[in-house]
Design a protein around this ligand. Structure first.
Ligand code: 8YV
Length: 323
């Protein structure tokens, strides 16, 4: 029997590309350029499986291909709000993702951002590189202590819990949780965490707020100007989830008028485009979507896609089927 044909939409770690090629008739994207919507439509007509990432916006229109051949979108990444799930379901196309294997690295990066913004690491590095460091002094670049403070975690899934583990057991932080469904008390107990019913109640209590919820239409602008106003004026906002969860104009205004202490972002609305006001905010740390960017996580994500494909084409249920 012919091997199923598979399109990998971006460059993946080479060990995974090699493994994929052993099992499937694989088309690789050696140039690593994002696919256009025309390329994508062609792919849906041509390949048994398409392996997209967050840079592939898969709308109902993109899936509207008369003779679609694709039976599975095996996404590389845990977040899949770039895919129109109901349009895929209507066409009988399965969707899988890659949870678990990136949770630790993404939480590590959220900690990195929290420490960087609180301890003014970006300011310090910019000063050094500009040759402007005049030497040690007691009042130089004083930041904010992280240890022992109150951390609000918005979205208490796998990554949110890894964040809680680091912050509570490593930094003695007090953990408050906002989650759309009730969290098992046994899970909260691991981090001595308390679930708060609404964001309106949570935000005024926190020294740091870290976002770990899904993106998509449902959570677009969840952090808007009214909610930013509820944060303490010296509190920090961290986002390693999805850019659209924050209204970036409102955030830039809060940063410019110092109504919050600062923010640190790994994800942006409409990335890689950067909201022009954000670039002007000094109390902001920014990284280019590096949450899962370690060799270990990126290889594991690839192998997890391979597991999902193997199950699917063997006729069994892929462990990470999300739709
Ligand atoms: C990925 C991510 O790098 O998995 C996710 O949802 O945000 C990142 O870890 C990227 O989205 C790959 O699609």
């Amino acid at each position: 029997m012919a091997k199923p044909s598979v399109l990998v939409t971006r460059r993946w770690p080479s060990v995974v590309e090699q493994k994929l090629a052993e099992h499937y008739d694989v088309a690789l994207n050696r140039s690593d350029r994002p696919l256009s919507s025309a390329d994508f439509k062609e792919a849906i007509a041509k390949y048994d499986a398409v392996l997209p990432t967050v840079t592939d916006k898969i709308s109902a229109e993109a899936l509207d291909v008369p003779k679609a051949r694709t039976k599975i979108l095996a996404n590389y990444g845990v977040g899949f709000t770039h895919i129109d799930v109901s349009a895929a379901a209507r066409r009988g196309i399965a969707i899988t993702n890659t949870p678990d294997v990136l949770s630790e690295c993404t939480a590590d990066l959220a900690m990195t951002l929290m420490l960087m913004v609180a301890r003014r690491a970006g300011d310090g590095e910019r000063e050094l590189r500009a040759g402007q460091w005049t030497g040690w002094r007691p009042t130089h670049l004083m930041g904010t202590k992280v240890s022992g403070k109150v951390l609000g975690i918005v979205g208490f899934g796998r990554i949110g819990q890894e964040m809680a583990r680091r912050a509570h057991h490593g930094f003695g932080m007090h953990i408050l949780v906002y989650n759309r469904s009730p969290v098992d008390p046994a899970i909260l107990a691991r981090y001595n965490a308390r679930q708060i019913a609404t964001l309106e109640e949570l935000l005024p209590l926190c020294d740091f707020v870290s976002l770990h919820c899904p993106g998509g239409a449902e959570n677009r602008n969840m952090i808007n100007s009214a909610r930013l106003d509820l944060m303490k004026e010296d509190a920090f906002l961290i986002n390693t989830a999805r850019g659209e969860v924050i209204n970036e104009t409102a955030l830039a205004q809060a940063l410019m008028f110092n109504t919050i202490g600062g923010a640190a972002l790994d994800v942006f609305d409409g990335e890689p485009r950067l909201h022009p006001m954000l670039a002007q905010c000094d109390n902001l740390v920014m990284l280019p979507h590096l949450g899962s960017a370690t060799r270990e996580a990126r290889e594991a994500m690839g192998f997890r896609v391979l597991d999902n494909l193997n199950d699917f084409f063997a006729g069994s249920a892929p462990r990470d089927r999300v739709a």
